[in-house]
Design a protein around this ligand. Structure first.
Ligand SMILES: NC(=O)c1ccc[n+]([C@@H]2O[C@H](COP(=O)([O-])OP(=O)(O)OC[C@H]3O[C@@H](n4cnc5c(N)ncnc54)[C@H](O)[C@@H]3O)[C@@H](O)[C@H]2O)c1
Length: 327
């Protein structure tokens, strides 16, 4: 049975809250809670939403590399969701050192502020499904994490995120900080302003440009709609058993190859776009499907949105954005 999470009467600090997942989370929380968004606005889904100006929302422009700014932002908070990170393969390839800095030192600042502060009721660290490496079928949290060669940007990102998981869990063990980690598996939906195959495919399909598929497009992914991960976050904020754990959050039902995903998007957008196969010489994840039994068992998590429905809603959002731009 899927649980219904009630998060109310809290003050929730969302680092990286102007991004894709953060904006959706803020929308869910803002009526019943005070929400503080802390973000350097490297990405900005927030200004494309209806949220700016909401009376329960405070927005702070700041960098997680600034320890004092993180401390100040956390002062009124009762809960923290730490989303701020350098993410997306293309950005990580260009800025591997910055990725390590922001993801590891930024998380360190958040955790240190949390223990200095000493009264948080919950802190969620954001890891990644990349910690499972290139082949992950029915991958569950207890399995060994797999990391590729040093020097490959993809694994730089994965290592930085795995380090944050270890930090979150050790701060829980040693300092009793009620922290946990979430490993998201390929999130998509309205408001995705960064990178990701679905973002790329829909934008291109609506413009009638070719959809670029790496190599032969046989890579397999399970896609999780953003409102489902927001459910997972809210469950993890409100469930007393959650601290000290890592949780896979994803939707194993919505699994297909990248080639079939491109075809599905062309069909759903009634686009005249072609699929273009481009060689990709970097390591890729060939298969990634989560096992979500632990999140089901402990949190009562259940993804509700199947791919076709989620894609239709996502396409509507991109279409509205494109029309808005033309006005
Ligand atoms: N979307 C996914 O499929 C996915 C998968 C695995 C993990 N994650 C993780 O989930 C989190 C949120 O992802 P998202 O898809 O919303 O990404 P996003 O890029 O849209 O959001 C990240 C936010 O962090 C902000 N940020 C970056 N560097 C910062 C800094 N130094 N100080 C303050 N803010 C900074 C960005 O401006 C952005 O708004 C990230 O930690 C990401 O690594 C996402």
């Amino acid at each position: 049975m899927a649980g219904e999470a009630v998060v109310a009467g809290e003050t929730v600090l969302i680092t990286g809250g102007a991004g894709f997942i953060g904006t959706s989370l803020a929308r869910r929380l803002v009526e019943e809670n005070e929400v503080i968004i802390f973000d350097n606005f490297h990405r900005d889904a927030l200004s494309r939403s209806e949220l700016p100006g909401h009376t329960n929302l405070r927005v702070i422009r700041g960098d997680v590399l600034d320890a004092q700014a993180v401390k100040d932002a956390m002062a009124p908070a009762t809960m923290v969701v730490h989303l701020a990170a350098v993410a997306g393969v293309d950005t990580v390839l260009k800025q591997p050192a910055r990725t390590m800095r922001v993801n590891i030192i930024g998380t360190y600042h958040v955790l240190e502020a949390a223990i200095a502060f000493g009264k948080l009721r919950r802190l969620i660290d954001f890891s990644t499904s990349e910690v499972f490496g290139t082949h992950a079928y029915n991958a569950s949290e207890g399995e060994a994490t797999v990391l590729g060669a040093v020097g490959e940007a993809r694994w730089t990102y994965a290592v930085s995120k795995l380090a944050t998981e270890h930090m979150a869990i050790t701060y829980w063990k040693e300092f009793e900080l009620p922290a946990l980690s979430i490993r998201p598996f390929n999130i998509y939906g309205p408001g995705q302003v960064g990178e990701g195959a679905i973002h790329h495919f829909i934008v291109r399909a609506l413009e009638g440009r070719p959809l670029e598929v790496h190599n032969d497009g046989s890579q397999i992914r399970a896609w999780c709609y953003v409102e489902d991960i927001v459910d997972g976050i809210c469950l993890a904020l409100s469930n007393a058993e959650a601290p000290g754990h890592a949780f896979n959050i994803g939707n194993p039902r919505s699994t297909l190859t990248i080639y079939n995903l491109a075809r599905e998007i062309i069909e759903l957008t009634s686009s005249a776009s072609q699929i273009q196969f481009v060689p990709w010489h970097f390591p890729d994840v060939e298969l990634r499907i989560p096992n979500i039994d632990k999140a089901r068992r402990i949190l009562g998590f259940e993804p509700k949105t199947d791919l076709e429905d989620g894609l239709a809603r996502t396409i509507d959002w991109y279409r509205a954005q494109a029309e808005h731009k033309q006005e």
